[in-house]
Design a protein around this ligand. Structure first.
Ligand code: HEC
Ligand code: HEC
Ligand code: HEC
Ligand code: HEC
Length: 141
């Protein structure tokens, strides 16, 4: 009886430790989600950003690539968003065409919720970048 209980406790503690460690290491990495998510809150209201962006050169940066250039890794790094970086499961490469919001504001998986977004400090703790000239120089060399 006692031995049985100890085993179960040991199992529970081990499980908690393993899950806790794995979760602590993995959960924090922000993923690229695509402008379609930002659009839900940053369009059609006093928070409008999406359509301004869509009509800008950044919004059309993928269209500038012609033919085989649309799949050329030499071009995609600056004409798409988060190229070669991890993206969320509900996002495809197609969703990340052009120089999108996250190319300047940082990958959004961890800050995109209303709870986090409403609080600028919390948003920064969850991956929202301060847009400085280093961000621009990443592509404008
Ligand atoms: C669930 C709704 C929601 C989504 C989704 C969302 N935002 Fe926001 N965002 C807000 C709200 C609310 C604010 C607070 C300021 C405001 O009301 O304009 C905000 C503020 C911001 C700010 C200003 C932060 C500051 O310094 O004050 C930036 C930049 C921003 N969002 C970028 C993004 C990007 C990029 C995405 C997509 C990756 C995104 N947001 C997705 C609701 C959202
Ligand atoms: C992910 C790469 C990337 C980042 C980051 C980026 N840009 Fe760009 N930018 C481009 C590309 C690519 C174009 C050209 C788009 C096209 O027309 O195909 C462009 C175009 C522009 C243009 C229009 C140029 C013209 O001649 O009309 C301006 C202005 C500009 N970017 C400013 C900025 C600023 C300011 C920042 C930082 C806040 C920035 N960019 C960040 C890639 C980037
Ligand atoms: C290091 C980042 C970077 C890479 C890599 C890159 N571009 Fe660009 N591209 C830019 C920027 C920034 C601009 C905007 C320049 C400006 O107008 O000031 C631009 C502009 C352009 C334009 C002009 C768009 C217009 O309407 O005038 C074309 C076309 C273009 N790039 C094609 C390509 C092709 C093809 C490749 C791959 C061989 C490529 N780019 C690789 C950053 C890059
Ligand atoms: C080329 C870089 C670039 C792209 C692309 C871009 N932004 Fe921004 N954004 C900036 C800069 C620079 C500012 C002004 C400086 C700041 O507030 O950090 C800004 C400001 C904002 C603000 C207001 C912050 C405030 O203090 O009021 C919001 C909200 C925002 N962007 C959301 C978006 C969304 C949503 C998208 C995509 C639809 C987007 N941005 C695309 C660079 C960019």
């Amino acid at each position: 009886m006692i031995a049985g209980r100890l085993d179960i406790r040991a199992l529970v503690i081990t499980t908690l430790l393993v899950c806790g460690l794995a979760g602590g290491v993995r959960a924090a990495e922000p993923l690229y989600i695509g402008a379609k998510f930002c659009r839900t809150c940053h369009s059609g209201s006093d928070r409008e950003r999406y359509h301004l962006w869509l009509e800008s050169r950044h919004g059309k940066a993928f269209d500038s690539l012609v033919g085989a250039r649309k799949t050329d890794p030499e071009c995609l790094g600056c004409h798409t968003t988060g190229y070669g970086k991890p993206m969320s499961e509900s996002t495809s490469e197609r969703d990340l065409r052009g120089v999108q919001c996250e190319a300047c504001h940082g990958p959004g998986s961890e800050y995109k919720s209303m709870r986090v977004m409403k609080d600028p400090d919390l948003a920064r703790q969850n991956g929202l970048w301060d847009v400085n000239r280093e961000v621009c120089l990443g592509c404008h060399r």
